[in-house]
Design a protein around this ligand. Structure first.
Ligand code: ATP
Ligand code: MG
Length: 491
């Protein structure tokens, strides 16, 4: 096993042992080594106390009272791809046993111990409770290796008690199912069902991190299904459950729930980034609330608007960072765009890119693809989408934001001899509208000439000119509306 342990980690264990202490690799890194998977991070456990660890590795960070010392190691000694100048942190934790848990989250007290088995006993699952020493000695008091071989997630000790101690373990169990494709052992599974409601008290950030790990795993669809099966989803993304048993119209063979999951599954199969996976999962979350009629002709008018709002709420509630929230919001909001060859002009495509954001446009097409494949009855539209891609390529470098105009605010103020104020913004917006229609007009000469003409207008007229195109319906969206009315269904 030595070959699988990076030098940076090996040096730490050897260093501790040479100083007369016990030292082991523990936790997920041992699990992943034994499974031939790449460990995400490395955890070392030792009977050395924090001060003693610090003495051996002075270049460390020690900031918490829980006995964990972060030893700095050159990244090149941890990963092959690691940079010579960067450092990685290996967490070295003193063996500990935990006292009572009275809040379903944190142990009331932490006590150090010099017994590695006691330290392993506080860990959540048998597959995470194996210790490995520098000379390949394995400490495995709970049969973790057997469970790894059999593909089983089993709580260490009494499952009911363990989930009551820390309810995040409920989600960790499902996360390992999704990441490893394992099954949850019967008693452990029972205990998850019985304690599912405890998830309510867990910090949203911790829940979010597990959601991310599930969504980024190869079996994300299964992971979400397991969350539902165990009664956990209602405390994570209850909105998704609204689609359970909600049938769609003649163009869909799946319920809203199944369709959302299949769209996610497609995004996973393409190894798309988190935001695209989230948008695929949530793209139709608004359908149950907007459903009209029943049976083959049911409608879902406005579900992309309602769904985008729900998406924002869900992701904010789970404390996703703002960039993720806004990106996924945009992808859900515009997933329904209508495009048909010959019906949408280049100016229409530019306006659409302006609205969606150039940074989102390619990802939006990926969500659309996930939606299409996830419906189970993909219609023959790839030609249309390919044509749209071609159109996007054509206009990609065209000016679509005020920043890309060949005249800027200060040049404008100087030219017209005006001071900062709304007029400057209106004139720039009006100029941009013209350039969106015809990028050839983006020359200093033309824009200066037009700016002078526009400056003769009063504020109301100017405002109107600036926003005239905004009042014009975006071709993509009005197209979608027409299409819906014509065919009386969505997509
Ligand atoms: P990952 O691959 O995401 O790093 P991991 O199992 O290593 O998975 P970590 O959060 O890095 O998870 O934790 C390291 C180890 O600490 C776990 O393998 C487990 O032994 C223990 N552990 C982590 N969280 C808990 C918990 N909530 N309850 C009990 N033990 C835990
Ligand atoms: Mg880990």
């Amino acid at each position: 096993m030595r070959a699988k342990i990076p030098d940076g980690v090996y040096d730490i264990i050897a260093g501790l042992e040479n100083a007369g202490f016990q030292a082991f690799i523990v936790g997920g890194s041992v699990r992943d080594i034994l499974l031939n998977r790449e460990p995400q991070d490395w955890d070392v456990a030792t009977d050395a106390k924090p001060e003693e660890i610090l003495k051996i590795f002075p270049d460390s960070v020690y900031e918490n009272a829980f006995g964990t010392v972060g030893v700095k190691v050159p990244a090149s000694k941890i990963k092959e791809s690691g940079d010579e100048d960067e450092t990685e942190i290996v967490e070295v934790t003193t063996f500990r046993k935990e006292g009572r848990y009275s809040d379903q989250r944190h142990p009331d007290e932490v006590n150090f111990t010099d017994n590695v088995e006691e330290d392993l006993a506080r860990r959540d699952f048998t597959i995470n409770a194996i210790a490995l020493s520098a000379d390949d000695k394995v400490v495995d008091p709970f049969g973790g290796r057997d469970d790894l071989k059999d593909g089983i997630i089993r709580a260490v000790g009494d499952p009911d008690k363990r989930f009551k101690e820390d309810a995040l373990r409920l989600m960790r169990a499902v996360r390992f199912v999704a990441q490893l494709g394992f099954k949850i052992e019967k008693e452990t599974a029972e205990a998850i069902k019985n304690n599912a409601d405890l998830l309510e008290v867990i910090a949203k950030e911790r829940i979010r991190d597990e959601v991310i790990k599930i969504i980024m795993s190869d079996k994300a669809k299964w992971g979400i299904e397991e969350l539902e099966k165990f009664g956990l989803l209602k405390n994570i993304i209850p909105e998704l459950r609204e689609g359970i048993n909600v049938g769609q119209n003649k163009h869909h063979i799946y319920t809203v729930w199944e369709h959302n999951l299949r769209a996610l599954d497609y995004a996973v199969s393409k190894k798309y980034m988190l935001e695209i996976r989230l948008a695929s999962l949530l793209h139709d979350v608004g359908k149950p609330r907007t459903k009209g009629g029943d049976g083959l002709d049911s409608t879902f008018y406005g579900h992309e608007v309602v769904g985008a709002r729900m998406t924002r709420k869900i992701l904010e509630r789970l404390h996703f960072n703002n960039e993720v929230v806004e990106k996924v919001y945009t992808l859900v909001r515009y997933h329904l765009f209508y495009y048909n060859v010959g019906e949408v002009t280049e100016a229409g495509v530019r306006r659409f890119i302006q609205r969606v954001g150039i940074e989102n446009i390619d990802d939006l097409l990926k969500v659309r693809e996930a939606d299409r494949i996830g419906s189970g009855v993909p219609k023959a539209v790839p030609y249309k989408l390919r044509h749209l891609q071609f159109m996007i390529g054509k206009v990609r470098t065209d000016p679509i934001s005020p920043k890309m105009l060949k005249i800027n605010g200060s040049e404008l103020m100087e030219l017209l001899n005006i001071s900062p104020g709304p007029r400057v913004g209106y004139i720039l917006a009006a100029l941009l509208e013209e350039v969106l229609d015809d990028p050839a007009k983006n020359t200093k000469e033309y824009l200066e000439k037009r700016a002078k003409e526009l400056s003769g207008l009063n504020e109301d007229e100017l405002k109107k000119t600036a926003y005239i195109a905004k009042e014009k319906k975006n071709e993509f969206e009005s197209g979608a509306e027409e299409e819906m009315k014509k065919k009386f269904y969505v997509k």
